[in-house]
Ligand binder design. Structure first.
Ligand code: NAD
Length: 357
């Protein structure tokens, strides 16, 4: 039995509650699949500012670099809103992305049949939704040269540059192709190639990369059409691969299809340690009350097994147990409706464990 090492970063707000629940599910799934893992808890965000005076201590970075995977709750909260900009709790996430070289953000958007009625869209439109959005995380307009607002010839102007290189596009499309192979094999590359030069390079490189993946069927779509299709016909998508800016916007649009922000996991991957976290923040308004939905974090732990511990068996076991818990009528406060069984954060974790098989 090979032993794996996980770093757990609870962070702030509901972070401790949701990572505790996810870790106990991960431990139980690992036991069933004969995977041995140890974990160590490290601090980041507001908790690290309080303890060490910085949002991302060196000790946390070193432990993450050495680990097989990192499970993070969420960071930030009103207590740290007024610290100096370079000390803000959210710097911990950006710092981890940079230190771990994370260039791909994977966000699965699945609408559980039991929760189709919670979506803002009609159940018949969302019931078959199972999308994986692969967003480039390390380049594009968020990292290009910027000119803050300046008055030129009496007119105030600002400028942001979008730059993509061939290797940056190749590596993200390759990763998306590998992800598509484990699914339906349908890859949609989203760009704005009718206007942007970076998108024309993106489209050309995507078409070349996909030649190496016989099982993957590539199509291209303009981002404006994709934004529309995600609402009109979201069930038609399998894997979407797109740039940093387009992915940021489209993944938030797609996230609302599921009905609660508390349900959605994410993975950030690079060439080293992967980082796994729910898509929501630290929810200070409900922290410490057992109201937080831990399923997004539990599903993030499943992604950790899938992408960092090479255990599809444990990942699928957790995914299925979560679906079963919802089918059996268990609901945390955010997704509760009369007639269902209302449970706390901790109890939801226990119910998932009871269905691991
Ligand atoms: P948020 O996601 O924390 O909360 C938005 C709303 O969703 C709140 O009403 C909250 O109660 C609810 N919610 C969030 N997660 C939930 C869960 N698991 N179960 C049930 N309800 C849940 O966003 P916000 O309020 O804008 O931000 C709060 C803090 O989190 C801020 O400091 C923000 O900067 C930080 N933040 C951190 C991350 C991160 O760590 N990756 C991401 C986003 C925001």
């Amino acid at each position: 039995m090979s032993s794996k090492n996980i770093v757990v970063i609870p962070g702030d707000g509901i972070g401790a509650e949701i990572t505790t629940a996810a870790l106990s599910v991960a431990q139980a799934a690992a036991d069933k699949c004969h995977i041995s893992f140890t974990y160590e808890t490290k601090q980041a965000g507001g908790a690290a500012i309080d303890a060490y005076g910085v949002p991302l201590p060196e000790d946390t970075i070193t432990a993450c670099r050495r680990a097989d995977g990192v499970l993070l709750g969420a960071v930030g909260g009103p207590k740290w809103d007024n610290v100096a900009p370079e000390l803000r709790a959210e710097k911990a996430i950006l710092g981890l992305r940079k230190e771990l070289g994370l260039y791909a953000n994977l966000r699965p958007i699945k609408v559980f049949p039991a929760l189709a009625g919670q979506s803002p869209l009609k159940p018949e439109i969302v019931s078959s939704v199972d999308i994986l959005i692969v967003r480039e995380l390390n380049g594009g307009i968020y990292y290009g040269a910027r000119q803050e607002a300046t008055v030129i010839n009496g007119v105030e102007q600002a400028c942001d540059n979008e730059i993509y290189s061939r290797p940056e596009v190749e590596r993200i499309v390759r990763l998306a192709c590998r992800a598509a192979i484990g699914r339906k094999g349908k890859l949609m590359s989203v760009d704005k190639a009718n206007v942007l030069a970076t998108s024309r390079l993106w489209r050309k490189v995507a078409a070349e990369v996909v030649q190496d993946f016989e099982q993957v069927q590539l199509n291209h779509m303009y981002v404006d059409n994709c934004a529309m299709q995600l609402v009109l016909n979201p069930g038609s998508f399998d894997v979407i691969v797109t740039s940093n800016l387009f992915g940021d916007i489209l993944s938030d649009e797609a996230a609302v299809l599921s009905g609660s922000i508390g349900l959605l996991p994410s993975a950030s991957l690079g060439d080293g340690t992967g980082l796994y976290e729910p898509i929501h923040g630290s929810a200070p308004d409900i922290a410490g009350q057992g109201l937080a939905n831990p399923l997004g974090t539990i599903l993030s732990a499943a992604m950790l097994f899938r992408y960092s511990l090479s255990s599809e068996q444990a990942a699928a076991m957790i995914d299925q147990a979560v679906e079963q818990v919802l089918n059996d009528g268990y609901r945390t406060a955010d997704i509760y409706q009369p007639g269902f069984t209302k449970v706390s954060t901790e109890e939801m974790g226990r119910q998932v464990i009871a269905r691991l098989r």
